[in-house]
Design a protein around this ligand. Structure first.
Ligand code: UDP
Ligand code: MN
Length: 251
């Protein structure tokens, strides 16, 4: 049998959260052998996520791991100011190391809640022997940020990144998967707070692999199966007026 895909999704309370998680859960239902690890950035598990997961039809693990206040983004902070998802992804890696072992066949994937995933992505993820990489659309100022691969061997010879191209691994969080055995072997590999913005991917990858070991997937890194979409916060000014009148509708 093929590996189980363990997809780690940090998520936090905001107006679009239910929409994001609904879209994701219904994509993930199309994926065989899938285990969703949802990590809420909150001091408690919220009813919204508890209920959404319970009725999703997916195999899942629900964790909460609040970002320490010092690292939390302020309401009007630009999002590059603080790392996002660090506490949550690390909590998921700890869960994996405490609950899975060498007898499990799996691949770990970091699936942020606002991206767009093709079902074909998950076929590629199942091919990851140690660390696999592939293109990501709509990121780094490019239509597609991609590893450059040798078609015959799937060896990665470079990257097309223009944004911070000197990163050790200039790819997005959505652009790689790590086999469970690597996560268990490199048992201390985690994300970190006090590093340059844009270096989270490099931070984890440099602890588990080298550039010359990467497996270039998605047809020699020529296909785009995941997009770094970002959801615009909705305008809810009328809601605020209704709330003041005590008439807010929660859906
Ligand atoms: N996230 C979180 N807490 C926050 C901000 C973000 O858990 O305070 C999650 C978010 O839901 C997403 C991931 O962290 O799954 C990455 O955040 P975001 O998509 O905002 O990052 P970007 O795409 O801008 O790099
Ligand atoms: Mn995002």
């Amino acid at each position: 049998d093929g590996p189980i895909i363990y997809a780690i999704t940090p998520t936090f309370t905001r107006p679009v959260q239910k929409a994001e998680l609904t879209r994701l859960s219904q994509t993930f239902l199309l994926v065989p052998n899938f285990h969703w690890i949802v990590v809420e950035d909150s001091p408690k598990k919220t009813p919204l996520v508890v209920n959404l997961l319970a009725s999703s039809g997916l195999t899942y693990t629900h964790i909460n791991a609040p970002t320490p206040p010092h690292y939390k983004l302020g309401k009007n902070d630009p999002n590059w100011k603080k790392p996002r998802g660090v506490e949550q992804r690390n909590a998921a890696l700890r869960w994996i190391r405490n609950n899975l072992n060498e007898s499990h066949n799996g691949v770990i994937y970091f699936a942020d809640d606002d991206n767009t995933y093709s079902r074909q992505l998950f076929q590629e993820i199942t091919k990851v022997k140690r660390v696999g990489v592939w293109p990501v659309g709509l990121v780094g100022g490019l239509m597609v940020e991609r590893p450059i691969c040798e078609k015959m061997t799937n060896k990665v010879t470079g990257f097309n990144a223009v944004w911070k191209p000197d990163r050790p691994f200039p790819i997005d969080m959505a652009g790689f998967g790590i086999n469970l055995k690597v996560i268990l072997e490199k048992k201390d590999a985690l994300f970190a707070y006090d590093i340059q913005s844009g270096f989270q991917e490099s931070e984890i990858l440099k602890q588990v692999t080298r550039r010359d070991e990467l497996e270039g997937l998605a047809d020699g890194c020529s296909k785009v199966y995941v997009w770094h979409t970002r959801t615009q916060p909705p305008v809810l000014n009328t809601e605020q007026i209704l709330t003041k009148r005590g008439k807010s509708s929660n859906v």
